[in-house]
Design a protein around this ligand. Sequence first.
Ligand SMILES: Cc1cc2nc3c(=O)[nH]c(=O)nc-3n(C[C@H](O)[C@H](O)[C@H](O)COP(=O)(O)OP(=O)(O)OC[C@H]3O[C@@H](n4cnc5c(N)ncnc54)[C@H](O)[C@@H]3O)c2cc1C
Length: 584
Amino acid sequence: MIEIDPGVLQCDVLVAGGGMAGLMAAIGAARQGAKVVVAEKAHALRSGSGATGNDHFMCYIPEKHGPDIEPILKELLASQIGGFHDTPLSRKFLEQSFDRARDWESFGIDMRPTGEWSFCGHAFPGRPRIWLKYAGSNQKLALTRAAKKLGVRTVNYLPIVDVVVEKGRVIGAIGLDVSSVQPRLRLVRTAAVVLAGGSAIRLYPSPAPSLLFNTAWCPACTGNTQAIAWRSGAKLANMEFPNLHAGVKYLERAGKATFIGVITGPDGKPLGPFITKADKWLGDITADVWNSVFGDVMKSGEGPAYMDCTATDPADIEYMMWGLKEEGNTALVNLMGKEGVDLRRHRLEFMQYQPFLIGRGPEIDLHARTRVQGLYAAGDAVGNFRADMAGAATFGHIAGEAAARDLRALSPAERVEDSALFELRRSQFSAFLARAEGAAWKEANFMVQQIMRDYANAEVRSETLLSAGLKYLGDLGRRAMDTVRCANAHELMRMAEVMELMDCAEAIFVSALARRETRGTHRRSDYRFTNPLLADKFLTAWRESGRPTVSLRPRITDIAGHDAYFASHRPPARVVTESQPATA
Ligand SMILES: Cc1cc2nc3c(=O)[nH]c(=O)nc-3n(C[C@H](O)[C@H](O)[C@H](O)COP(=O)(O)OP(=O)(O)OC[C@H]3O[C@@H](n4cnc5c(N)ncnc54)[C@H](O)[C@@H]3O)c2cc1C
């Protein structure tokens, strides 16, 4: 049997994930006087997609943009992250974004590296620029310290594998202590959990498929928030839409907007209509608006496509190289140095990467609440709002504040150790550890990727493909539970990740089957056109009494609509029952 840590953690608010949203949630809750624990899978000083820095913080600053927020909101919704927003959330985000930028400055992050609030990159010519350029290489250190100063306790190497929900409300959580070779389960007694586990990577094969961890976003983000929300009966939104990013070929790296160059074909001519020569203030937004350009020109034979900085002003090249370091792209910068790649002379070939989940996941209200009492979510994992780093910071803070303020209304935490879910996980994890031989977690992870690539990709989907894929996924889940062997804490953590990925995959299949049209990256060969009747309709999926359920609802555009929807869609306290993992 897997060991159980006798030291049950107790707190008012548990934050699952010590990334950007998680640390800001902890700060928000602690500012309200709550006793907060952050449980982080890795180490909060260097974890998540913001581990080594970021350099663009979407922000509305009235003194720069003027008193009217609407043009900035319009720009946010038209940007690469603007597709799936309930706009009251976007407006609230913009209203609070400058406060969070000032918080960060007070924590020691350089939000004005040029001495003033300066916006550049991801911008259309002639339109407002909304991405504040900052120097984020110390951001994890600064936020971890700020949280600590407020009395937040961070427990590293403690991935949260489950939130225990009974009678529609949170009673605690189950962590897996991986701080030593021998794994241990560690329970948390709490009535409020902020899920902040980031995006879901490793769902689809990368361009270098045997290198599971060669990913643009943090490879340790495997859909924990989405999977826990799914198991708990919270609603997931927009899971059917694959999200695609682009960047340097083969060596997957995010951060394309930091390059100051022009996206060109082999003949050196710009492929997009926005700029003809490198522009520090705009960047080339072609890569945001039409990020399939890199794949499109390969398929048509006109490629490859390049990020071409060879005509960029030398001072801008210097600024760009500094920016790449500040945004955490040190590995790329170091490699270019080592290999003698000089952007003044060499163009970089770019490509479109495999799908992953970002801005797809639990649906939240204006206070970051899911429909499960005591369960909140923020950051990359959220399904009805997205603003990447600044979104994680702002809605993380909102989630923490709300969880702390709601405490009086929440029922007290109960004995997690008596829950059926704890019993189930204990026996599953013990079985993985007890096997003398068996399959490795990696095999299961590769198989998830193959199923997703073949049956739920961003090229073609149909009822027959999706149904077959869903069936194979179920087979894989059962087979994996019966055959995987884990030799130590590390392997068990990886297997828990695969279980999360399988739950995310199930939600994707269920949602993709239900959206009977072609829209964006969701391409159905059996429903070939974009149905105007389904425009601005969000598909939500959730598990009710263990069964996947879906529903379409209008995108929410105003506060009255927000209040009406979120008041009506919360279940009466007893409808959503105990968590039922897909792999149970
Ligand atoms: C190179 C790069 C450059 C980028 N540049 C920008 C930029 O300039 N501007 C911008 O807006 N965005 C940028 N992004 C995106 C930005 O980093 C993310 O949007 C942001 O980090 C999201 O914050 P998050 O807290 O949701 O997720 P993360 O910061 O990824 O944090 C998630 C955390 O959860 C932890 N975790 C996962 N599972 C568990 C579990 N089971 N239990 C406990 N903890 C768990 C992870 O270890 C991680 O620490 C960039 C990303 C990359 C990779």
